[in-house]
Design a protein around this ligand. Structure first.
Ligand SMILES: Cc1cc2nc3c(=O)[nH]c(=O)nc-3n(C[C@H](O)[C@H](O)[C@H](O)COP(=O)(O)OP(=O)(O)OC[C@H]3O[C@@H](n4cnc5c(N)ncnc54)[C@H](O)[C@@H]3O)c2cc1C
Length: 412
């Protein structure tokens, strides 16, 4: 039985590795020249080093993502960005505070500011469906004052990648409830110690190939042939792959890449819309004030939202960044460097070499509630967007890939 996996993002890699471990012959077909998809690393000549397309944070509660790493022996490659206190700064007032990320998820949130007990009630309302479907994070949580400004807004914007005025409160409530169930350290953030290729992508490719799997780059899926309600072949750039008895095709593609590929009779994703993230990397090796910077710092009331420091590079993330797509790289870099200078007390520090990465399609705009099986036999779906309950994240991508691979062989 051959399992063809279209897409070598984290969902496709998780599906391929799980299938290979279960004894299937696996071939991964990736359109690009490298694996990782929206979670990738590449060499940047301006900075003279390998950088990520954006800082990726995994939380302690993300058991699928961390378990996937651990099972590949790559667990050490994601490092805690804060062992206990995660620092925050208000760029407007200069106020600083920290969130204890070592405690139990929900108790940490409740201790973060007065009046926070309402949060637990809102989380319960969200997961039990009592929250009105159109209710936004701003409408549901805005009355929580400092807790809203200092924790809910940064958490919601980062995890849902959407401004609180538009983000569904029920989605955030499910995330908060999961953090609450996650026990001690559920909120602890982990980031790549060096880069995402070393943390996730390289170990996954190595493990797939060690199990006899094959990974083909520059090999996009171009079409799917069907006979009635059964997929008969997948057409890749490298050729036609017949789908015989027991064979399967896992579509580990984002919604916008599925458009035009799905055979008639397949329902398809509920939306093709995406939201943007901007990440700007600054070479700060020679900037003295940066040496004491924490590995990860959150901030409010600026353009920047998160500062991450790894190996002489300061990476500044702006989520829910659709409005920045039309701004030039120089303008974005100048604004973010001003924010960094405020946060790290570097008045007048000259703009260091930088690289701005605008990811227009960073995350799917709504959870899809799709897959792992569609209407057409032999087709399976994976991807961060396919979760019905959680936002498009690494956790959702890895979980979906594992879930799709575990369904292979049934009804096939
Ligand atoms: C800048 C940025 C920051 C982010 N930060 C975080 C974070 O902090 N924490 C977090 O959990 N998540 C974060 N995310 C989201 C996370 O990266 C995604 O949820 C996850 O990587 C999605 O993985 P995927 O495998 O579902 O999709 P993708 O990564 O999109 O993988 C799909 C793959 O399919 C390939 N492909 C497309 N068309 C075809 C075709 N026709 N044939 C074959 N292959 C094809 C693509 O090239 C790609 O490699 C961030 C995303 C970005 C862009």
């Amino acid at each position: 039985m051959t399992v063809h996996v279209a897409g070598a993002g984290l969902a496709g890699l998780a599906a391929a590795l799980t299938a290979a471990r279960a004894g299937h012959q696996v071939v991964v077909h990736e359109a690009a020249g490298l694996a990782g998809g929206r979670c990738r690393s590449f060499f940047d000549p301006t900075l003279g080093r390998v950088i990520d397309n954006g800082t990726h944070v995994v939380l302690g509660a993300n058991r699928a993502a961390l378990g996937f790493l651990g099972a590949m022996g790559g667990g050490e490659a994601m490092v805690p960005a804060a062992s206990r206190d995660l620092p925050f700064v208000d760029l407007a007032s200069g106020a600083t505070w920290s969130v204890d990320v070592a405690g139990r998820g929900i108790s940490t949130l409740m201790k973060a500011a007065p009046g926070a007990t309402a949060l637990a009630g809102l989380a319960v309302a969200g997961i039990t469906g009592l929250m009105a479907p159109g209710l936004t994070v701003a409408a549901a949580y805005g009355h929580l004052g400092a807790l809203y400004e200092r924790l809910i807004v940064p958490l919601s914007t980062a995890v849902i990648n959407c401004p609180p005025s538009a983000a569904p409160a029920s989605l955030l409530a499910r995330v908060i409830a999961k953090l609450g169930r996650g026990g001690r350290g559920a909120l602890r953030p982990f980031v790549a110690g060096t880069n995402l290729a070393e943390a996730f992508v390289g170990p996954a490719l190595g493990a797939i190939e060690a199990l006899g799997g094959e990974v083909r780059f520059h090999d996009p899926l171009a079409a799917i042939e069907t006979a009635g309600q059964v997929a008969r072949a997948a057409i890749f750039r490298s050729g036609r792959a017949p789908l015989g008895p027991g064979d399967a095709l896992v579509l580990a593609l984002p919604p916008w890449a599925l458009a035009g590929l799905l055979p008639r009779g397949e329902k398809g994703p509920p939306s093709h819309r995406a939201r943007a993230i901007v990440c700007t990397h600054f070479a700060v090796e020679g900037v003295p004030g940066m040496r004491q910077a924490a590995r990860l710092t959150g901030c409010i009331n600026g353009t920047a939202q998160w500062f991450a420091v790894t190996d002489g590079v300061l990476s500044v993330t702006v989520s829910a960044a659709d409005r920045w797509m039309t701004h030039g790289a120089d303008d974005i870099a100048a604004r973010l460097w001003r924010d960094a200078s405020t946060a790290f007390h570097l008045p007048g520090a000259p703009l260091p070499p930088y690289r701005v990465i605008k990811e227009r399609r960073a995350t799917a705009s709504v959870p899809g509630g799709f897959g792992p099986r569609g209407e057409i036999a032999k087709l399976f779906y994976a991807g961060g967007w396919t979760s019905a309950r959680y936002p498009d994240t690494i956790e959702a991508a890895v979980s979906s890939g594992i879930r799709a691979a575990r369904c292979l062989g049934s009804a096939n």
